[in-house]
Structures are given as C-alpha cells and as structure tokens.
Design a protein around this ligand. Structure first.
Ligand code: NDP
Length: 446
C-alpha cells in the first residue's frame, strides 16, 4: 500500500513526463520502494529529495549532421541527460540505436544514479546517445558520425564533469573515434571517456566487467540458496558485450550456457554454446547469431527472440534490452523450474515479470545492482587515468569482485532493515537512494 506522499510524487512524474513510458516505469519502481524510507526519515519529505531526484539536473539535445559514403547528408539527434551529480561527476554510457529517444535516455540515466551509488565509487549518474544505427554502416561512416556527435557533446563533458562510456551500439570502435575527436577539439589527453582501448588509457577487465560482475552477483544469490553454478543450465539473451562475457564467466565456474540471442532470433546448443564461435561471429565479423549453426550443426536457430525464455533452464540472465522478458515469459521460466534470474541488461524484465519472480520466490537480481560491474570498472579506469597508472587484470578483477559482493550485501541488508527480506529490488532501490539522498541533504537545495 503506497502512502499519500508516494502517490502524489508518482502522479506528478506521470503528468510531467507524458510521452516517456520507460522513464515512468523506472521511476515508479524506485519511488514505490521508498515508502518505508520516507516513513522513517521525514526530512526526505521536507527537503523534497524524491521530487528533486526524479528531475534531471540538465538535459542536452543536439543536431548530429554527417555525410554517408554516397555523399548524402544524414541528420541524427544527440542526447545527454546529466541526471544527478551529488556523488561525483555524471557517469553513464552512450547508446546508439534507432529506438533512442529522450524518454529512454532518461530512464537509463535515472537507473544509473542509483546503480552508481551502489558501487560506492565517487560517480554521479547520466546517460546519452543517439538514434543513429551503426548496423550496416561502414567504419568510415561510423567515424564521421562519431566525430560529429562529439563536436556537439564535447563542451558539456570533462573528466571532472561528465564521463561517458559505451552501451548498446557503442563499443571499442566507437569510443576510439569519440575519444580522438574530443582530444582534437580540446587539445587535452584526459580520462573523459571510459571503455577506451588499452593503448590509450583503457583499463583491463572493462570489456568483460559487466558480464563478469553479473555472474559474481548471481553467485551470491545462488550461494544464499545453498547452491552454485556447477552443472546449471543457463539461458542468456543477447549476444553483445554483456551477454558474451557473462557466458564466459558462467562457463568458467562450471555452468552450461545453452542459449543466446540477438534481435532476430535465438540459438540453442544442448552441448553448451561454443563461445569462440560466437565471439568470431559477433566481435570480429559483426554478423548475426543465426550464423552459429553453420559452424555448429548440432545447434539450432529459431527466428524471433522472445521464445528464448521457453528453453528450460536453472538460471536466466537477460542481457539484451529493456522489457525483453514479460509476465508470460516469467511464468514459463518459473514453470520450467528456473531458480534465479539476474538482469545484465537495463530493465529487461517488465513490472509484471518482476512481480511473478518475487511471488514465486525465484532469486531475482535487479539490473541496477546486478549489472553495476561495468560502471564500477569504469570508475576504476577513471582512477587509473588520474594516477597515470595501469593495474593488472588480476588487480582490477579482484576489485570488481569485491565491489559486486559489497553491492549484494548492501541490497540484502537494506531489504532486511526495511522489512522486505529477500526482496533485492527494494533493497537495491533503498540502499542506492539513501546514499544519494544523504549527499543531497548535505549539499543544500541546489
Ligand atoms: P551490445 O550492443 O553489445 O549488444 C546488445 C545485444 O542485444 C545484441 O546482441 C543485440 O542484437 C541484442 N538485442 C537487442 N535488442 C534485442 C531484443 N529485443 N531481443 C534480443 N536481443 C536483442 O550492448 P551491450 O551488451 O553493451 O548492452 C546490453 C544491455 O546491457 C543494455 O540494456 C545495456 O544498457 C546494458 N548494460 C551494458 C553495460 C556495458 O558495460 N556494456 C553496462 C550495464 C548495462 P542485435 O545485434 O540484433 O541488435
């Protein structure tokens, strides 16, 4: 039962952001978790912390004109939402995908605020991107687009102001082009982006970090159920950065990854997905997941991606995109005996799906906690850049592992302290919110 206060904040969010369903969905989930917090801490209500936290500090929208290989002028739209800087410089990825709009960037930026707080590193929250589609574009087209995008963005970011990174459609290639243009425009070599190449300031483990971190977090969920990865059947959606490195870590811990997908369809390999083949297709050839069966005839390919959740499994890791797992898919996973779901993508489970998992006592790791390993390692990259040092793979991996364990402990402890034991959704929202709220209260009304 929500309080009058929670209801009134929620209805203001809905009426002020009418065309932004994803942002409203993300804000609703956090705000509804805060009821026990505002009951205990009336100063949060008096200082309007919740009302302030749902309002981005700054939103930048800009035109991104560029010339394609045929000499035609193309125009995309660029976004950067600087959501909250109470804990440090704005930090969050850039997404290049045709579905990008302001509401999607706001939902991602809002989630990022709490996720970054949970990492307990000094970073605020932000997100950006463009409706540009890198798929099918030549390297030169991607470079010209990135240069134009950065020409619009550079005046708003900086190593102590706002530090973007990658997300869907923005990997090492794009970060390199963006960084080169930033350096040229500002005549400075700083840690203004993370996810950089290792030759120019990148951190070891950043590529693997979100997927590895997701699996470290899920290990703690399994441990609390008295089990581990050994022999578990694991279904992972997506076949991008997060999915591939989650699969790699699951396999190294004794789990069997049997399915992966892309936006066209999914593959199943009962002998266990051969990751070297997937990496070649996705990372080197930039191909489609269906090409997997050409090299591994025992595998099968099915057109359409939602069907991946009908593959019986013990653990499901949605690592593709928002709202890819609905209530119906959740019912099927539960019926097939799935015991744990952890979100590698941002908000991949619909509210109905989350409700079903919590009701059925499936261990459920929400995105803002479970996929925080990427941004945590970005914060470690910023740290190395400031010190002009590079840590070894093992050093960064150990720190990442420690951060994920700590995030799990914060979520579990907050869920218990606020009377919702086992509910990591509420735990993550409350623990992340409290860190940001305390800093905001200390900094006055700004
Ligand atoms: P990538 O662009 O590397 O990969 C995205 C993958 O998801 C691709 O395989 C893509 O297929 C697939 N995909 C997209 N839409 C769908 C769909 N509807 N159904 C099935 N598959 C789909 O992105 P990332 O791996 O970096 O990001 C994935 C998710 O993880 C996003 O939600 C992102 O916000 C989140 N995330 C990423 C972090 C990172 O460090 N990279 C950090 C934290 C969260 P296709 O090739 O067909 O488009």
């Amino acid at each position: 039962m929500s309080s009058v206060f929670i209801d009134s904040v929620l209805s203001a969010v809905v009426s002020r952001n009418p065309a932004e369903p994803e942002f409203i969905q993300a804000a609703r989930e956090v705000i509804e978790s805060l009821d026990p917090v505002v009951q205990k801490k009336p100063e949060i209500v008096r200082l309007k912390i919740v009302e302030r936290i749902v309002e981005p500090e700054r939103q930048v929208l800009f035109r991104v004109p560029w010339v394609d290989d045929k000499g035609q002028v193309q125009i995309n739209r660029g976004f950067r939402v600087q959501f909250n800087s109470a804990l440090g410089p704005y930090k969050g990825g850039l997404r290049f995908h045709p579905s990008v709009n302001l509401g999607i960037i706001k939902f991602l930026g809002f989630e990022q605020v709490f996720k970054n707080a949970l990492t307990v590193t000094p970073i605020g929250g932000g997100k950006g991107g463009s409706d540009f589609d890198p798929k099918g574009k030549s390297d030169s087209e991607v470079m010209r687009f990135c240069q134009s995008f950065m020409s619009g963005l550079f005046r708003h970011i900086g190593p102590d102001t706002d530090v973007p990174a990658g997300d869907i459609g923005v990997g090492g290639r794009e970060i390199g082009f963006l960084y080169g243009q930033y350096k040229k425009l500002t005549n400075s070599f700083t840690g203004v982006l993370t996810g950089k190449g290792l030759t120019y300031g990148g951190s070891l483990v950043r590529t693997e970090a979100t997927g590895y971190g997701l699996v470290y977090f899920t290990s703690r969920m399994l441990q609390d159920r008295g089990t581990d990865w050994q022999g578990k059947r694991v279904v992972i959606s997506g076949s991008g950065n997060v999915a591939i490195y989650a699969a790699e870590k699951v396999q190294s811990l004794g789990g069997k990854v049997i399915a992966l997908s892309d936006s066209n369809g999914y593959i199943v390999d009962e002998e266990g997905i051969d990751l070297a083949t997937v990496k070649r297709i996705k990372e080197v050839e930039r191909g489609r997941v269906k090409e997997y069966v050409e090299s591994r005839p025992k595998g099968s390919y099915t057109e359409g991606c939602i069907g991946i959740w009908t593959v019986p499994c013990d653990v499901a890791l949605p690592c593709a995109t928002q709202n890819e797992l609905d209530g119906n898919a959740a019912d099927i996973l539960i019926k097939n005996g799935c015991i744990a779901v952890a979100e590698g993508a941002n908000m991949p489970s619909s509210p109905e799906a989350v409700e079903r998992f919590l009701e059925a006592r499936v261990s459920f790791g929400p995105a803002k906690a479970a996929n925080a390993g990427g941004v945590a390692t970005s914060a470690l990259e910023m740290c190395q850049n400031s010190m002009r040092l590079s840590w070894t793979f093992e050093e960064v991996d150990v720190k990442l592992h420690g951060i994920m364990d700590n995030i799990y402990a914060q979520c579990r402890d907050a869920s218990e302290a606020y009377g919702l034991p086992g509910n990591l959704v509420a735990g993550a929202n409350i623990a992340g919110f409290l860190r940001v709220a305390e800093a905001m209260m200390a900094q006055g009304v700004v």
